[in-house]
Design a protein around this ligand. Structure first.
Ligand code: GLU
Length: 286
């Protein structure tokens, strides 16, 4: 057990019901906080108003309480803190590392296909950088004409400002430094025309604002940490330690799918499973 008091968080998006994978993430954080007499925070990542629902948010709170988890302080809802993200975005823009992107999803897919699928990052297809090459005049003209746009991070330019970066990874029990390679994800979206943040920006700002010192989440989010580390460096924010836990798999070694409704806490509860059974399952698998 570590002798530092850790501040951890569980940060689900209320776009559906909690499932076994969430139980693992929440428990990893809750145990680390309670064992070190630290703090465990609950944050609802509800920026995407088209997919997030209040009834899911209420169900998340109820499921966590039923599992026996408690948290410190009020629940933070990202949708109530847009000014925090807007401020961070303005600071990034002032460094000249943000540019408007007018491409539609379809255009991006066509461009990637046309280039022989070339800019394929380890973390999936990367944005090919089309709008990064637009002139200032062209950008302004398109914005004036009211074209829809997203704001993207110019990763190469940002890295030139920060130099090499790393974080401490605690997965597996032995902390080790991991070199950040944000170029693997390419120029990610930081905000949209009408929404002043994306997941990457909001999570980075919130972890710092809430004093989170250990981020526990599934290994599927490990690629995102490369970008979060870069944003921390640009914004002058502290870097938490990270523990990306293995993803849960079924008996055949297949990754458990979020859409498998049999694995929601509610479904398992309806089958008569108790909190301790569900928690044991969340740690037995994967
Ligand atoms: N909101 C994200 C999700 O539900 C998790 C974010 C995080 O833990 O960093 O997948």
């Amino acid at each position: 057990m570590s002798d530092r008091r850790v501040v951890t968080r569980f940060a689900p998006s209320p776009t559906g019901e909690l499932h076994l994978g969430h139980v693992r993430s929440a428990l990893e954080g809750w145990r680390a906080a309670r064992q070190s007499r630290g703090r465990f925070l609950l944050r609802l990542e509800d920026i995407d108003r088209t997919r997030c629902r209040d009834d899911y948010a209420a169900a998340i709170v109820e499921d966590l309480l039923w599992l026996g988890l408690d948290w410190d302080g009020p629940v933070r809802r990202q949708s109530e803190h847009l000014d925090d993200y807007r401020g961070a975005l303005d600071r990034l823009a002032a460094f000249g590392v943000v540019y408007p992107c007018f491409c539609t999803r379809r255009e991006i897919a066509a461009e990637i296909a046309g280039a022989g699928g070339a800019p394929q990052g380890e973390a999936g297809p990367r944005y090919p950088g089309t709008c990064r090459r637009l002139s200032r005049v062209e950008r302004t003209a398109r914005q004036r004409r009211g074209h829809d746009f997203a704001l993207r991070l110019d990763v190469a330019r940002a890295l030139a400002l920060t130099g090499p970066l790393a974080w401490i990874e605690e997965a597996g029990g032995v902390p080790r430094p991991v070199a950040a390679r944000p170029e693997m994800l390419g120029d990610v979206v930081l905000a949209r025309k009408d929404t002043p943040t994306s997941y990457h920006l909001a999570v980075t700002v919130d972890d710092a604002l809430q004093g989170v010192s250990l981020v526990t989440r599934g290994a599927d989010l490990a690629p995102a940490t490369h970008i979060h580390r870069l944003l921390q460096a640009l914004l002058g924010l502290p870097t938490p330690h990270y523990r990306h836990h293995p993803l849960l798999t079924d008996a055949a070694g297949r990754r458990l799918a979020k859409r498998d409704r049999a694995l929601t806490i509610r479904a398992m509860r309806a089958q008569g499973l108790r909190p301790a059974d569900i928690i044991a399952r969340a740690f037995a698998a994967g």
